[in-house]
Design a binder for this molecule. Structure first.
Ligand SMILES: [Zn+2]
Length: 170
């Protein structure tokens, strides 16, 4: 397998796994929340379809060193599942001296989904080309070439599967 093909397969399957995971977290965050942080001076949440960073203004020196902790729970039933879609950049909630920034989870999902979709499409195209006797890398017509010959157009090695298939037919 060439390096390009290996990278494409990695993006294809790794990306698909990451998209499924992100969508699962995104949907689940409508019902549950998790947080990690020190309370003060910062706390990171996943809740309501967003990754939230809260920075707290330290009220006194003792506030600055609360231990790092992981927490989680379900949202109040009456507030129900609810996903928020917007970005927030450094919005200040006046009452507690919290500065809040939010990244909606559709954004990282999209960032991963785009290259994943392109890798799936490229992989499908390579498979289709290979089946009709074209070079899977560049689409050069390989018919008439020796099965194990490298592609004269781009130098890609013949696919092991195709070589095996041709050898088996002899
Ligand atoms: Zn080629």
């Amino acid at each position: 397998m060439s390096v390009t093909v290996a990278i494409r397969k990695t993006i294809k399957w790794g990306g698909a796994f990451a998209v499924v995971l992100l969508v699962a977290v995104w949907v689940a965050s409508g019902w549950w929340w998790v947080s990690v942080g020190r309370g003060r001076p910062w706390l990171v949440w996943v809740t309501q379809g967003r990754l939230v960073l809260d920075r707290y203004k330290a009220i006194g020196p003792s506030d600055s060193f609360t231990p790092l902790s992981f927490r989680g729970g379900s949202r109040e039933p009456e507030s129900g599942p609810y996903l928020l879609w917007s970005f927030v950049w450094g919005e200040t909630a006046t009452s507690f001296g919290i500065t809040r920034s939010c990244i909606p989870l559709w954004f990282p999902t999209l960032l991963v989904a785009i290259p994943t979709a392109l890798a799936w499409r490229a992989d499908r195209r390579a498979w289709r080309w290979e089946r009709i006797g074209l070079c899977p890398a560049c689409g050069y017509d390989r018919r008439g070439l020796a099965p194990a010959a490298v592609c004269p157009e781009c130098g890609a090695a013949a696919s092991a599967a195709v070589v095996a298939e041709v050898v088996a037919k002899r």
